[in-house]
Design a protein around this ligand. Sequence first.
Ligand code: ATP
Length: 245
Amino acid sequence: MAAVLEIRDLEVCYQGVIQALSSLSLRVSEGSIVALLGANGAGKTTTLKAISGFLPLENGRVTRGSITIGGEDVLKLAPHKIVRRGIFHVREGRHVFSEMTVEENLIASTFAQRSPRSRKDAFDEVYNYFPILSQRRNQAAGYLSGGEQQMLAIGRALVADPEMILLDEPSLGLAPLIVSEIFEIIARINREKRVSMLLVEQNAVIALKYASYGYVIENGRSVLEGPTEDLANNQDIQKFYLGVE
Ligand code: ATP
């Protein structure tokens, strides 16, 4: 299958000295869910920021390697241009505008809309995947539960009609039942709209269940990759990520 996203030999430094990635390579093919696993500080979030163009905002820089989307080199593009190429980054910690209502949060994403559909159609789609957001549409986002805020963060991505969503720790701080509910919807979005997902997740059980392919990142490089059913049977993964004795 065609690769939506291809990263080759990526090296990233913060503040000119702190090397966060060294020679990282990965690909995400059309319509797939790919997981990035790895310990704290391994470089997972940095990988997502390098793709979405956010690194310069944190004094980070790609010092070597390439990132292509649909074959096009996007390394020098600003974040709003990356969004136009169909890649939407749902950052860790959800990042909704807490004083704005749910619907105003969705309106804030319309700048990124790629398809000619109306706002109403875009919002109806969000409310179809997340009916609770429809009930809460006039409430300030800050009053939503953690799970609802995560739904809103994904809803904001949907408004843009992306080809790929970069999902950073969507399960963080959420109860297991809510995590399952959100991942079932993520899987539906992937299946029904063929939106690819690059998923960073500390919860390896969930990541290996919903992704079809995965990479294990250590010290800024990929040390293991494969179909998730193979990774789930790998002894190191079982020991370090799944807690199997
Ligand atoms: P976590 O799960 O803790 O977010 P991660 O795998 O996503 O971990 P990164 O956040 O990508 O890891 O961090 C990779 C390395 O880069 C770490 O050593 C981290 O300290 C460093 N780093 C990350 N962001 C910055 C920054 N803004 N300035 C300087 N160093 C940074």
